[in-house]
Design a binder for this molecule. Structure first.
Ligand SMILES: [Fe+2]
Length: 390
């Protein structure tokens, strides 16, 4: 229960629905952007989503510059070059278009376009929050996936090669002024990426629900997000043009990102080194690790997991929380199977010999500190072994 004063903040204005992208010119005007820098990645530039956004800007006569070189795991150079394009183009705001990587770079450009380098000065854990001063140029986020929910977040993760690791840049001023969530922009995402990004959204909701932080508003949002994924993810994977299902998955992704201001858990600590060391897709890594983590947490998180079972439509009447929690774990494993998530770490190319190194890295990651059951490095190794052999 609450023993101190806390602050709850949900400040993003979200423009949601099929065709929402057409409101981009109005949104630019509302936040006083005259010439935006459009930040995206090279793969996206060939998609219907990019063509649609470029068309909307051109049709409205809005001048814009483009930076389209964002890497899948964005690096410092992406930010520096985009900031250079911002200055050279005499831009006064940013549009981030894409998945989490493009949106993260778009946020950090706001800092480097207005603050001296190097970027590492602004690392959250190294006092960076105090070094960021407003006003920053406004930013509009347009997601093309339903997963990270970065469009409603105030943080960004960028790899800094000179440090040999990722840094988190975080500040309330990095929050996009508008999130334009148009499910029509996500229809070209292939089934396996739809499944993986959707399971990232699911994991955000699930891990934030069990993070031991007092935030009943976020808990309710997390339950809502879990229910949406349970109802709609399989539909989006089976039929990418199902706009209703795509739309609800975008909502679920935003709910996950709003909820995880509470924090995450062990699945994210296990997933992060799988991506940085071996390039496994982040959502895929979460999906594969989540079931072992749920088994590990079952006894301490039984009450929350019983609610998860009900989100999957399971009638838990007469069951103990433990029995209902078991049903929830089975339901998540079954969802993974139905949407084509590989069954084990071996299937995504991880060798058993790598697990000890991965466990060391996972233990250094801070997400597991808010796992409902404390994790030692040995526990994380055991969880990897389970994910390897499941
Ligand atoms: Fe995630």
């Amino acid at each position: 229960m609450l023993d101190s004063v806390v602050r709850f903040a949900f400040p993003t204005t979200i423009c949601f629905g099929p065709g929402a992208a057409k409101q981009l010119p109005a949104c630019l005007e509302e936040v006083d952007i005259v010439k935006p820098l459009l930040v995206t990645d090279p793969g996206l530039r060939k998609t219907e989503a990019y063509i649609a956004i470029e068309g909307i800007l051109r049709a409205s006569g809005i001048p814009f510059a483009v930076y389209d070189e964002v890497h899948p795991n964005p690096v410092e150079d992406d930010v520096e070059q985009a900031a250079e394009a911002f200055r050279a183009g005499e831009c006064d705001g940013v549009i981030g278009l894409g998945g989490g990587s493009a949106l993260d770079v778009a946020k950090v450009v706001l800092v480097r376009a207005t603050h001296e380098g190097p970027l590492s000065l602004y690392e959250a854990q190294a006092g960076g929050v105090e070094r960021i001063h407003g006003p920053l140029p406004p930013m509009i986020a347009i997601p093309t996936t339903a997963g990270t929910g970065s469009e409603v977040g105030r943080g960004a993760v960028i790899t800094v090669p000179s440090l040999g690791r990722k840094i988190l840049v975080f500040h309330p001023l990095l929050m996009p002024k508008r999130a334009i969530a148009d499910p029509e922009l996500t229809v070209s995402l292939p089934p396996l990426l739809t499944a993986a990004t959707g399971m990232d959204a699911f994991t955000h909701n699930l891990e934030s629900l069990t993070a031991p932080v007092f935030h009943p508003l976020c808990d309710a949002i997390a339950i809502g997000g879990i229910e949406l994924v349970a109802n709609y993810l399989e539909r989006t994977v089976k039929d990418g043009r199902d706009i209703e299902a795509r739309g609800y998955m975008m909502i679920a992704a935003m709910m996950g990102a709003i909820a995880f201001q509470k924090d995450l858990g062990a699945a994210h600590s296990l997933a992060h080194p799988l991506s940085t060391e071996f390039g496994v897709h982040h959502g895929m890594a979460n999906a594969i690790c989540l079931v072992p983590v749920m088994r590990f947490n079952r006894d301490v998180a039984a009450k929350a997991y019983a609610k998860v079972a009900r989100c999957f439509g399971i009638n838990t009447f007469g069951m103990s929380d433990f029995e209902a929690a078991e049903k929830a774990i089975d339901a998540v494993a079954d969802l993974n199977r139905r949407i084509g998530i590989p069954g084990s770490l071996g299937e995504v190319g991880i060798e058993e010999e790598a697990l000890a190194l991965l466990a060391r890295k996972a233990f250094e990651d801070s997400c597991h500190k808010t796992n409902p059951r404390p994790c030692s490095e040995e526990d994380l190794l055991m969880l990897y072994k389970e994910a390897y052999g499941q």
